[in-house]
Ligand binder design. Structure first.
Ligand code: RRO
Length: 309
């Protein structure tokens, strides 16, 4: 079964990859993704300096998903800029996730990444876990200013990692911004920010940072993720590729993301829970499902979701 895809002119052996943040901080983790059946290697979102991140516990899986408040633990731009050229030996695209604590950080990161030469850059406008730093993607003007400036520097095609939106007017607004800055692709959604998971036995929150508030991922966010993918597909069709993220546990979840309009999917919670073997399993399950339904390739089902007349 042909599970290959193309994002912004870059060919992927298959459309399954890690979500930034999931098992992709260290050299060892990135190389494990390289050696796995993942169709790409996505780095952890990076900042100018190395960061330890927030205090632990900061990631907890629960029935239905996960909550995290990692706080951007990463090795810093220079370390990733050094690692990226060597990751090319795995013969699959390398996507660098670019973050920052202030706008100028993103520009410094863009310069460092031009030198390092990943295949694509994913600009993260949606980290929900830095105390005092709102998610940039919820401020449309700030997002546009930042992406314009990043675009003046980056010589590599770049996309954006968006937070979930919950109103059609917000989908319309962010789509207009992204068209104006000529974005090459969109990854959506980041975790559903500032959720709260409660342990009723201990009468306590389950993660330490921010009083227990953190980003939700996994099965429970799939309908939100699918809605966001579909909303942008309804606006753009196949003009700007979408990488769907949220709630991918089985091949059928990948299929649903593609039906809604995704050209690839990322796996976060399930990768953390299962390890890199998840990609081979998802590829097998997806291929079986497509075969049974008579599709010749995964891209053949992209956007084919039917509405009820
Ligand atoms: O590191 C994190 O806390 C984190 C980031 Br940068 C992000 O984009 N999304 C998320 O759920 N956690």
């Amino acid at each position: 079964m042909d599970l290959s895809t193309v994002i912004a002119g870059v060919s992927f052996p298959n459309g399954l990859m890690n979500a930034s943040g999931a098992l992709c901080v260290t050299q060892t983790e990135l190389e494990a993704l390289g050696a796995s059946e993942a169709g790409a290697i996505v780095t952890k979102s990076m900042t100018p300096e190395p960061r330890q991140g927030n205090p632990e516990p900061r990631y907890v899986a629960f029935e239905g998903g996960s909550i995290n408040s990692m706080g951007l633990p990463n090795l810093g731009y220079p370390a990733y800029a050094k690692l990226i050229p060597a990751l090319k030996r795995f013969q699959k695209p390398v996507i660098a996730s670019l973050a920052g604590l202030q706008p100028d950080d993103f520009l410094a990161g863009a310069r460092a990444l031009n030198e390092a030469g990943p295949d694509l850059v994913e600009v993260n406008l949606s980290c929900p876990n830095i105390p005092g730093k709102p998610q940039i993607g919820y401020d449309f003007e700030a997002s546009e200013r930042l992406l314009e400036k990043v675009g003046e520097i980056l010589t590599i095609p770049f996309g954006v990692k968006l937070p979930p939106y919950f109103d059609p007017i917000h989908h319309q607004k962010i789509a207009e911004v992204l068209q104006r800055v000529e974005i090459a692709f969109v990854t959506m959604i980041n975790s559903v920010g500032n959720g709260l998971v409660v342990d009723p036995e201990r009468e306590q929150v389950v993660i330490k940072p921010k009083g227990g508030f953190g980003g939700l991922g996994g099965r429970i966010i799939k309908p939100v993720a699918l809605a966001n993918v579909r909303a942008l597909w309804n606006i753009w069709g196949d003009r700007i590729p979408i990488i769907g993220t949220g709630g991918v546990e089985h091949g059928v979840d990948v299929f649903e993301h593609f039906l809604c309009g995704a050209s690839a999917v990322q796996v976060g919670t399930m990768l953390v829970e299962e390890g890199c073997g998840v990609f081979a399993r998802l590829a097998r399950e997806l291929a079986e499902l497509l075969e049974r339904k008579g599709y010749a390739s995964v891209l053949a089902c992209r956007g084919k979701l039917r509405e009820i007349p």
